[in-house]
Ligand binder design. Structure first.
Ligand code: ADE
Ligand code: ZN
Length: 327
């Protein structure tokens, strides 16, 4: 047994971004849509840089036209995650891609996703919970629609609210209304920060939006005072090393700051972000961390304990997952 065989918790996974290219091509074929421009000759997604990645991601999402497509996608994602040893995952669900922000449509999409998640739990032994996400570069008014969808469906299954998208556009604080709306509905909060934005973006995220987790957050390594602030606050980073390497935030795993962050006392977890886009899986992330930093089974057990404690699910679910991790 190697470290890659260990059971895993994943907290940062974009639903559309987890769609295998073959799955998207099959749907494009069924719907007679031409998406040939977004694939390389070897069949993988083709993008040059972060903003191009976002536009290829959005183009691929165009074939996900209804609840049935999301039902099929959810089953495919969870089968793949379970095959990689993931026993609990939280995924980002975007009302913008699920009905265009319309409340009734969103509820139909969500019902289909939850139905697939129940089937996957029985068949593959993996538990999914949803984090509704707004897309930063779509702007603050569009984000409000996502937040209203989140607030209206908050509960045992939709457990959080977050924001992804282009960190180069707008400020975290422009989305304060949406995060307040989600918080008042009882949702837990996370936002992407410190991926392409610097430490100031992370500072805004924790101070202005009051999030308890940060998507990526790795560039806090550039600001020792802020790193200590995150330690004091208990802020948890959803670190996606393979994503950062492919998108050019760091040149390779060996230069990635995850080990330095952890050693400074910052709570770090590991996820894949958009696995087929970044040619990664949770197994591969574990293998690469083992190779780059010598992390062993004890390190990964600690990592999973941090992740499970930071999961947004209720405590009954947390205990059930804990038992699965141990078995
Ligand atoms: N949406 C999907 N993946 C993302 C990433 N890595 N950063 C920001 N937004 C995203
Ligand atoms: Zn992400």
């Amino acid at each position: 047994m190697t470290v890659a065989d260990l059971s895993k918790i994943e907290l940062h996974l974009h639903h559309e971004g987890a769609a295998p290219p073959a799955f998207i091509r099959q749907l494009a074929h069924e719907k007679k849509m031409d998406l040939s421009g977004i694939f390389r000759e070897d069949g993988s997604y083709d993008f040059r840089d972060f903003t191009h990645f976002l536009s290829v991601y959005e183009a691929a999402s165009e074939v996900l036209t209804g609840p049935e497509e999301f039902r099929r996608l959810t089953l495919a994602i969870l089968e793949e995650s379970a095959a990689n040893g993931v026993v609990y995952t939280e995924s980002f669900l975007s009302p913008d891609f699920c009905g265009g922000g319309d409340m009734a449509a969103w509820k139909d999409y969500l019902a289909a996703i939850q139905e697939a998640a129940e089937e996957a739990e029985t068949r593959f032994g993996i538990t999914l919970r949803g984090i509704v996400t707004c897309v930063r570069h779509f702007g603050a008014e569009t984000a409000k629609k996502a937040a209203r969808c989140a607030a209206d469906t908050a509960g045992d299954w939709i457990v959080g609210f977050g924001m992804g998208g282009n960190e180069g556009m707008y400020e975290q604080g422009d989305f304060a209304w949406s995060f307040d709306c989600a918080r008042e509905a009882g949702l837990r909060l996370t936002t992407h920060a410190g991926e392409f934005g610097g430490p100031e973006s992370v500072r805004d995220a924790v101070r202005t939006l009051g999030v308890e987790r940060i998507g990526h957050g790795v560039r806090v390594i550039e600001d020792a005072d802020l790193m200590h602030e995150l330690v004091d606050r208990g802020t948890v980073l959803e670190v996606c090393p393979g994503s950062n390497v492919v998108l050019g935030v760091y040149p390779d795993f060996a230069s990635h700051p995850i080990a330095r962050l952890r050693d400074a006392g910052v709570a770090v977890t590991v996820s894949t972000d958009d696995p087929p886009f970044f040619h990664t899986t949770m197994r591969r992330e574990y293998e690469m961390l083992n190779r780059a930093f010598g992390w062993d089974a004890n390190d990964f057990a600690a990592l999973n304990a941090t992740a499970l404690a930071a999961a947004f699910c209720d405590d009954v679910t947390r205990e059930r997952v804990q038992k699965r991790l141990e078995s």
